[in-house]
Design a protein around this ligand. Structure first.
Ligand code: HEC
Length: 210
């Protein structure tokens, strides 16, 4: 019989502790069972924070000035063609600053499918899955303006975003951006094929062309 009371008490305490405080926001730090002053340890260690103060140094700053002559560990990105899509005169680059081959195309297709197709659609017509969820303003690539757009300007759109389209610079390294642009070009070309583009005999026969 004694167990029934114990079990009930336990169940009540459990229910209150699990459910009773749901949604409550605490602003005070939790109770410290082993306070630092009584049990000194490594729980709270003094540390300088970036751009913080420090009494240790004469200038009162926690940060130390860089030694003379240090250089960034990041590679120097001073090639405006590769990293900004600009031709030498400052206009948007037409063409690609990286070798164009089947490997670049395959990479571009893969990256495009991951990062662009949700909005721009698998064939680049702007009918991606996001349209079903109310994002209606994604443009099609099969619009004369976007067909004529310089590769460098597309690079800029991917790098910096445009209005509702965010930047993809953190997801696609510059080389991947060029790969994606190559695939966008392939999608555009795929919609503008003509019978005269088919030159091999077998292809003509399949399509019933003379
Ligand atoms: C979240 C949805 C979304 C994704 C993902 C997305 N876009 Fe866009 N994109 C848009 C929208 C919306 C616009 C229209 C922006 C505007 O208002 O001009 C746009 C515009 C563009 C344009 C035309 C820019 C212009 O100057 O008119 C290009 C080119 C483009 N996107 C390429 C891409 C590429 C390449 C990717 C993948 C790396 C991508 N987009 C991913 C939504 C998206």
């Amino acid at each position: 019989m004694r167990h029934v009371y114990l079990v009930t008490a336990f169940a009540v305490v459990l229910a209150v502790s699990v459910l009773g405080l749901r949604g409550t926001k605490f602003t005070h730090p939790p109770m410290d069972v082993f306070p630092e002053w009584a049990f000194p340890g490594m729980k709270r260690q003094p540390k300088p924070k970036p751009q913080g103060e420090s009494k240790f140094f004469a200038d009162g700053r926690a940060d130390r000035p860089l030694p003379a002559g240090v250089v960034s560990r990041d590679p120097l990105r001073n090639d405006d063609t590769l990293y900004a899509g600009k031709a030498s005169g400052g206009a948007w680059l037409r063409g690609f600053p990286v070798p164009v081959d089947a490997k670049l195309m395959a990479r571009g297709k893969e990256r495009y499918t991951i990062y662009c197709s949700p909005c721009h659609g698998a064939v680049g017509d702007g009918n991606g899955i996001t349209k079903q969820y109310g994002m209606g303003a994604t443009p099609t690539y099969h619009d004369p303006r976007l067909r004529d757009m310089a590769e460098g300007e597309i690079f800029n759109t991917i790098t910096n975003g445009k209005n509702n389209m965010q930047s993809y610079a953190d997801k696609l390294v510059p080389e991947d951006r060029w790969a994606v642009i190559l695939y966008v070009r392939a999608l555009q070309r795929a919609q503008t094929g003509r019978a005269s583009d088919v030159t091999d005999a077998a292809g003509k026969q399949t399509l019933g062309l003379k």
